[in-house]
Design a protein. Structure first.
Length: 256
């Protein structure tokens, strides 16, 4: 009797089941692959978005730092002396003075307040005599008063430079526990009482240079400044000299 080429029905069913299982397994594998690719793609997009946001925010922060621009002369002790903004400082006196004092100071620092009260007259006399330039690097180490007062002083330096030295002193004398909480409008009102007027008041009310003061604070790290006041003499870090000791050192550096 000839053999039949027909497979048993049970064998056909098993083959169909295996084929269906293989098809389902392949479909599941494709879905897993697509899901994994989607997750990887989503993570990559998220990382890129985070990087983009960080760059934009970083650039925006840099763009917000506006430095005052001024280069002029002001009357001081019967002489006309240069006043300019150099980098992070308001400089009083010529850039090529034989002695150069850099002061890293904070309007909210009690020790800076004491230093200013003790040495303002000495520094003023030395600058007027042409012996020294003093660069005031205003930073914020202690409280927000430092940034707001620094911004106000920068506004006066840029827009009413002949009043800057007196206003600088008044900001130190004005600092106390109550004024620590002042905002830009309070500084504007105070400035008006000190004879500041016009565009300088608008500048102070805007807090225009607070970003510059905060940028100066960051830059102080590069100079090794860890406290205020910090004094540099001809670019070298020094003890914070006062009174006769300061005058003697300046005279020595000036060769007089």
């Amino acid at each position: 009797m000839p053999k039949s080429n027909k497979r048993p029905a049970s064998a056909d069913r098993r083959a169909q089941v295996r084929a269906e299982q293989a098809r389902l397994a392949a479909a599941a594998k494709r879905r897993r692959t697509i899901t994994q690719l989607a997750i990887i793609g989503g993570v990559a997009v998220l990382v890129i978005a985070i990087v983009v946001v960080a760059v934009v925010v970083g650039n925006r922060g840099k763009g917000d730092v506006v430095a005052p621009q001024v280069s002029t002369t002001v009357p001081l002790g019967g002489a006309q002396v240069p006043l300019a903004v150099d980098g992070s400082a308001v400089r009083l006196g010529p850039a090529d003075a034989p002695a150069r004092v850099d002061l890293w100071v904070d309007y909210s620092c009690p020790h800076c307040q004491e230093f200013e009260a003790e040495n303002n007259a000495t520094l003023t006399q030395l600058v007027a005599a042409g012996k020294v330039s003093v660069s005031y690097h205003n930073v914020e180490f202690v409280s927000g008063y430092g940034a707001q007062a620094g911004s106000a002083a920068a506004c006066v330096a840029a827009l009413q430079p002949d009043k800057w030295l007196a206003f600088n002193s008044s900001l130190y004398a004005n600092h106390n526990g109550q004024t620590d909480g002042w905002d830009a409008s309070d500084f504007r009102d105070f400035a008006q009482q000190q004879g500041i007027s016009g565009d300088a008041l608008g500048c102070i009310g805007d807090g225009r240079y607070t970003g510059w003061i905060k940028s100066n604070t960051d830059a102080s790290d590069e100079q090794g400044v860890t406290a205020t006041p910090t004094m540099l003499l001809n670019g070298e870090k020094s003890d914070t000299l006062s009174g006769a000791a300061l005058t003697a050192k300046v005279n020595q550096l000036a060769g007089r």
